[in-house]
Design a protein around this ligand. Sequence first.
Ligand SMILES: Cc1ncc(COP(=O)(O)O)c(C=O)c1O
Length: 392
Amino acid sequence: MTTDALMNTYGTRAATLVKGEGARLWDADGNEYLDALSGIAVCGLGHSHPGIAAAVAEQAGTLTHCSNFFGIPNQQKLADKLRDISGMSNVFFGNSGAEANEAAIKMARLFGHKKGIKLPTIVVMDNAFHGRTLATLTASGSRKVQAGFEPLVRGFARSPYNDIEALTIIGDNNPNICAVLVEPIQGEGGIRIGDGDYLQKLRAVCDQRGWLLMLDEVQTGNGRTGKYFCYQHSGILPDVVTTSKGLGNGVPIGACLASGEAAELMQPGNHGSTFGGNPLSCAAALAAVTAIVDGGLDHRAAELGERIMAGFKTELAGVAHVKDIRGMGCMIGIELDRPCKSLFMTAMAQGLIINVTADSVIRLLPPMIMTDSEADQLVAILAPLIKDFKTD
Ligand SMILES: Cc1ncc(COP(=O)(O)O)c(C=O)c1O
């Protein structure tokens, strides 16, 4: 089943998927796959989750859309729930991670202007990924994402990730800085994890200098790292946090949450979205957030991630071309000393869906509902493929 009517943004597709259940997927030819990618960190509750399917069906049969001119009960319930979970005070809903980050970027600019800064500037990190809109691709730290789309957007300064000293120097030299936008763990960048106290140190710098600390939790959020939000491991509160991928478990929704002064920046007319926070996506997200929190899925993510990492550490011990095995909860990277993109297709042929990012990092983002035996199966299929891997 192919067509040439689609714009060629994704290249050749590996398979045509038609059905999913839990951590399993099936293609149009009836082949079954174990899913260790979750639609890139989206379906943390697995596929065809009955609670979400029921919530979507009920809402679709009641009211799908009405616009933000009107109150939407599930939008209000979802905002309350996210506020309780996050410690933030206000929420703006959009439809994607990039849109959630756009809202954050616009808030930083309002904040800067309020302080009298004419060219408000946000510090962003090397190897970051924040999306594909013009502002978020500018904020991303990869030339691949930016090339061909110049002129880029003004108002960003770049710093190495996990380097507080470099950030301090940038601040000393640029009076226009008003915010820092950072992923607690860089996902697309290769599952790069900052030092244990990185977020605390970032919080301290932002406090000292009067900058907003804005965390992009589009990939790290929704329970995946072992807490609903990754910053909750470090005991700090950001000023702004964005979430999207796992928020609706596959139904498109994004959110930008803010606290303190940041929460009061947006006023009527400043920002909006036709679909953002509509009844359907909020019904799905409310069901997903409830299932994650009430089901303790964040704890499960931590336990499952440890089991998978321990399995790989045992199976791949002493394999010379494996540089590192790292991760937090169900966000795991296995870094090789060489490019390994072809492992994606090799694993598909063995009935396993994985991803390779940053050329040489095998990225695993399994659903948090994966069973122990499925986790063991994942290690049993993938470890030998990694051991035997030569070159792309
Ligand atoms: C950290 C991070 N931010 C933002 C995005 C962009 O999200 P979306 O593709 O929903 O616009 C992604 C997507 O991979 C991401 O990983």
